[in-house]
Design a protein around this ligand. Structure first.
Ligand code: GLA
Length: 706
């Protein structure tokens, strides 16, 4: 089921996880009164209530939950009802000790925390499905029910299990994937180190072994582990779809999580929801948050998503848990909306007094309504009500970033030329450069044609099958611009090296060949000279300037610094835009561009870290991409959501510690007059943002046409 409005609750969603089982019922009455005061319209209930709902193998206790749901409904609050399956109760664990997960070293993890289950355990699965069905049958028609919340953060504590049940499930999965053991032997390259299998029965999960484990076995294991958790989710989803059709279903994602292929997972969600915990101690945390939110928006092709959990102030699980200073929580909540969310929820409503999270902040802190945090809760609720009309509006990225979990898993396998090539370390500087330039991006999966974007960025494509390479080639031939990062086009889907030289199936498109990978030792850098490129981002010195760009400026002498990675490459049709300026590769090409069909294919053969933006400026200029609002002061983030009726909502967020003045003019210098929904004030041709301040301008449709 899909919908533009996340749930039947109108406006933006506001609330949090509520764990009423931790409190006597008298407290609930106060809770719902305060929820109304804060403008809370959705609470997540039951996430860790299994032991309370099903006290033993023989009975259920729904009475308290009946009373609770009736109570919130009477107070006009809707419920995101959890299936409560994330923390199996002690009686179930003791009856089925085999459902506890086992590590790669053979240690069975004990009861006493949460998420203590083996993803492939039949006993766990059966009990989880039974609980889901009982809840669905009881509450499917309850008027408070607005959303189903399956489980909680799959993959948070337990991402894999190495017990005999997991081994059997892995073998079943391998049979399905490979068909025959001969095929598996070919795929895993078992001729190496005498690893040949005679039958599937001989195969085990990649437990701790004396030395390096077969990389394709490890890659298949990653795929299997994502699928095994997804199978659990799908089992619960099937029950909810059958018993409670028409009520949307979600599970809370964990931002850019390596363990789960969220492209595949999001196909099984009615709406995407995310838990995000940017660190207030990190002055750049908002950049990484933007990246995660762009992914959440992209997972369902731009549809609104839900920020399911965030901390009102400090968390309790970092070594040092820094609170959010005044206004930061509001700013970060608005940032989620700015990037497509239609609601902001929290962990949690009322601060716990016992348990591992008693020092975690809450919407209602230990100090009660006298606390600063409570004032903040009330203020944010009121502001979200003022922003209600943005619900359902959308934003689309100006460029796209290719994200492939298979390639991420394969890139980070052991025994590569450098262990420093990590997907997030490669992606983040590229994303930060775009964010700094005010360019909004969507993420796209490798399996679809990246049509409609003038620029496609692929910071790394270590694993690349020929079908994806063909799609990329078609995209460029038709006029797209592909920018490809280092160590790409290396391996096929079995993690076997593509024959004929790197970058394998991208060699013709990129017009280069890699002779040898040249990792850079830790703590040192190699310089890269841009003296092939003019400062305005047009073609190399001595060549005809690019038709898309301006002309006649001096070549840029900037020296950039590559870290961790460089490559000895030779051009085969591509032009050289930058060369190595130090070390063994001095004078050799570092950055290239290949005109191909109606488009161009760019290759960055090194890891440029924070300097990568200076190179990305070139394809951005060629694609004609610039910030939606030019001349934004540093630290100010701007995005624009579009409503179906033509109204635009311009978010302006000041992440810096100083006041900032923002001119309200488009790249075409049209004036953007509107009304700041937060204050109700009409704006002129500029506005001032306080430190950590924000504005959300409604720009009427008529002006958009002007
Ligand atoms: C996660 C979990 C919550 C809680 C918070 C604390 O998001 O889903 O149950 O543990 O972390 O930050």
């Amino acid at each position: 089921m899909t919908m533009d409005r996340l749930t039947r609750v109108p406006g933006l969603l506001y609330g949090g996880d509520w764990n009423p089982e931790q409190w006597p019922e008298q407290v609930w009455a106060e809770d719902v009164k305060l929820m109304a005061e804060a403008g809370v319209n959705l609470v997540t209930v039951g996430v860790f209530s299994w032991a309370r709902i099903q006290p033993d193998a023989h009975g259920w206790d729904f009475g308290w939950l009946d009373r609770l749901l009736d109570l919130v409904h009477r107070h006009g609050v809707a419920v995101d009802l959890a299936t409560a399956t994330a923390s199996p109760p002690a009686w179930l664990v003791r009856a089925h000790p085999e459902l506890l997960p086992v590590t790669a070293d053979g240690i069975r993890l004990e009861f006493g925390s949460r998420q203590h289950y083996c993803p492939s355990s039949p006993a766990y699965r059966e009990a989880a499905v039974r609980l889901t069905r009982a809840l669905a049958e009881r509450y499917r028609h309850h008027p408070a029910l607005a959303l189903w919340h399956i489980h909680n953060e799959y993959g948070d504590h337990v991402q894999e299990c190495f017990c005999p049940a997991s081994a059997a499930d892995f073998r079943r999965w391998l049979r399905e994937r490979h068909g025959t053991v001969e095929e598996l032997n070919r795929s895993w390259g078992t001729a190496f180190w005498s690893q040949h299998y005679n039958s599937f029965e001989q195969i085990e999960p990649p437990r701790t072994a004396p030395g390096p484990v077969n990389p394709t076995q490890l890659l298949d294991w990653r795929r299997f582990c994502s699928d095994a958790l997804l199978a659990l989710h799908r089992a619960e989803k099937a029950v909810l779809d059958e018993v409670s059709p028409g009520v949307p279903v979600t599970t809370n994602f964990m931002s850019m999580l390596k363990a789960l292929d969220y492209w595949e997972w999001s196909r099984h969600e009615d709406l995407v929801s995310d838990d995000a915990y940017p660190d207030p101690a990190d002055p750049r945390a908002h950049v990484n948050a933007a990246l995660n939110y762009d992914l959440m928006r992209s997972l369902k092709g731009g549809r609104p998503w839900l920020l399911m959990e965030q901390a009102p102030s400090a968390v309790s699980w970092r070594p040092v848990n820094v609170p959010k200073p005044p206004d930061l929580h509001r700013l970060w909540s608005l940032q989620a909306l700015a990037r497509g969310a239609d609601g902001v929820l929290h962990f949690q409503w009322r601060a716990s007094v016992a348990g591992a999270e008693k020092f975690h902040s809450a919407m209602l802190p230990h100090r009660g309504t006298a606390a600063r945090g409570w004032q903040q809760t009330v203020r944010l609720g009121a502001e979200l009500r003022r922003l209600g009309e943005i619900a359902g509006s959308r934003l689309r990225g100006q460029a796209a970033v290719l994200l492939d979990w298979d390639s991420w898993w394969a890139l980070e396998l052991d025994d590569h030329p450098s262990a420093r090539m990590r997907w997030l370390d490669l992606l983040r500087p590229w994303y930060a450069a775009l964010h700094e330039r005010g360019i909004t991006v969507d993420f796209v999966p490798p399996t679809v044609e990246p049509e409609g974007y003038p620029l496609l960025l692929a910071p790394n494509l270590y694993l690349l099958d020929t079908a994806t390479a063909d799609r990329l080639t078609r995209y460029v031939r038709a006029g797209g611009r592909l920018v490809c990062g280092p160590f790409s086009g290396i391996a096929d889907r079995h993690d076997h090296i593509h024959p004929g030289g790197h970058p394998g199936p991208l060699r013709e498109l990129l017009g280069i060949v890699v002779d040898e990978h040249w990792p850079i030792p830790d703590g040192t850098t190699t310089t890269v000279r841009l003296d092939g490129i003019k400062a305005d981002g047009t073609g190399p010195t001595g060549t005809e300037p690019d038709a898309a760009g301006p002309t006649g400026t001096e070549p840029d002498r900037t020296e950039l610094h590559a870290e961790h990675w460089s490559e000895w490459i030779e051009t085969e049709g591509a032009e050289t835009l930058a060369r190595y300026g130090s070390g063994a590769l001095t004078g050799r090409p570092a950055v290239t561009r290949h005109r191909y069909g109606a488009g161009s294919a760019w290759y960055l053969s090194c890891h440029l870290g924070a300097d990568v933006g200076r190179v990305l400026d070139l394809p951005l200029a060629e694609a004609g991409l610039s910030a939606e609002l030019p001349g934004l002061p540093p630290g100010v983030e701007a995005t624009r959501r579009h409503a179906a009726d033509g109204t635009d909502y311009l978010f302006l967020l000041n992440h810096g510690p100083a006041e900032r003045r923002v001119r309200l003019r488009t790249p075409g210098t049209a004036l953007l007059t509107g009304t700041d929904l937060l204050t109700g004030t009409p704006t002129g041709d500029a506005l001032t943002l306080a430190p950590l301040g924000a504005a959300v301008l409604r720009i009427p449709a008529a002006q958009e046409r002007a």
